[in-house]
Design a protein around this ligand. Structure first.
Ligand code: UD2
Length: 310
């Protein structure tokens, strides 16, 4: 049955992939201030686009009328920026989330899915991460995500707005911008390799992350919107891969041997990040894309992107 869905941050990397999937069967409204999202991410997607910020309560209240489910992804997604300017990031990420919740309540929306982050787990060495572990935020960014999660729970309990929280691990895939210093490592590696530059590895490359292909993350959002309880779920693949392994696989895909440039490890970098995804399995989430397949699709997309942007 076709529903009316709103996506905040719908022009961003994950938001635009979600919009593409939802728009096939639903009426979709995308709200994005284009601070990091891009209109080109929405090419070919049949949806209403509203340029605006989650700091604008009035706009949210109007756009949420008759909406069945809100996917709240809008945020400044940078740990580094939150360290440089915690007040601004709090205003957008946390006050913005509160605005979205209040506007959802006022417009009598029934469901919301909130994009949280593996950053809430901090840098404890205990792996795999399980949802019941006590959050240990290590940056203002992570604090805004933990607090946003709490607001979601409180709004469920007090106002009956059903909220599902997704803790995203290292999501990668088409439409991830490779050009920012803070972009995900996979988009940076692939764009360097395709432009004949040596990818830079911070540290020895043996650190591991739980990389998940964006189509799997999108499925998690859709399953979460159908779930009947206000719970928190890790979204990952449940398997770690090291940067050295990534480079080997990408080398195989592009058919050349890659020699990375090893630099000092980033300060505050964690060694291993891995999720337990058994909770998410209870709502029907199973990652469908093996790492190699996801990387192949990302290389294909990035090759076209580089050609178009030459
Ligand atoms: C992810 C999130 C971040 C925060 C954090 C919480 C992304 C893009 N970032 O950071 O927002 O939630 O998790 O734990 O999802 N690296 C290189 N070369 C590069 C870029 C990165 O070697 O050109 C290394 C980096 O030092 C790190 C690993 O690759 O060891 C992954 O880096 P990342 O920025 O993709 O993601 P992460 O897990 O540090």
């Amino acid at each position: 049955m076709s529903q009316k869905m709103a996506i905040t941050g719908g022009a961003g990397f994950i938001g635009s992939n979600l919009a593409e999937a939802l728009a096939k069967e639903n009426e979709v409204i995308i709200i994005d201030d284009l601070s990091s999202g891009k209109l080109e991410n929405l090419a070919g997607i049949e949806a209403k686009f509203v340029r605006g910020s989650i700091t604008d309560k009035e706009l949210l209240r109007n756009e949420f009328l008759d909406v069945d489910c809100i996917f709240h992804l809008a945020a400044v997604p940078s740990v580094q920026k939150s360290i440089e300017d915690p007040i601004r990031i709090n205003q957008i990420n946390l006050d913005g989330t509160l605005n979205v919740l209040i506007a959802a309540r006022d417009a009598e929306v029934k469901h919301m899915v909130f994009a949280s982050s593996a950053a809430v787990y901090g840098d404890s060495s205990e792996v795999p991460k399980k949802e019941y572990m006590v959050p240990q935020p290590k940056s203002p960014y992570a604090v805004t995500k933990v607090a946003g999660e709490h607001y979601c729970k409180v709004f469920s309990e007090i106002y009956g707005l059903q909220t599902v929280v997704l803790r995203l691990f290292n999501v990668f895939g088409p439409k991830q911008d490779p050009n920012s210093e803070y972009s995900g490592v996979i988009s940076r590696f692939i764009s360097s390799i395709l432009t004949s530059l040596d990818p830079v590895v911070f540290g020895d490359g043996e650190q591991t992350r739980d990389f998940v292909f964006v189509n799997d993350a999108v499925r998690a959002f859709i399953l979460a919107s159908r779930s009947k309880s206000s719970k928190t779920y890790n979204v990952a693949r449940g398997q770690g891969a090291s940067l050295n392994q990534l480079i080997q696989i990408i080398g195989k895909i592009v058919g050349s041997e890659i020699r990375p440039r090893f630099l000092d490890a980033r300060s505050g970098d964690i060694k291993h990040s891995l999720a337990d995804i058994s909770e998410a399995e209870s709502i029907g989430y199973y990652p469908r894309f093996p790492l190699e397949e996801g990387l192949k699709r990302t290389v294909d997309w990035m090759s076209k992107y580089i050609l178009l942007n030459k």
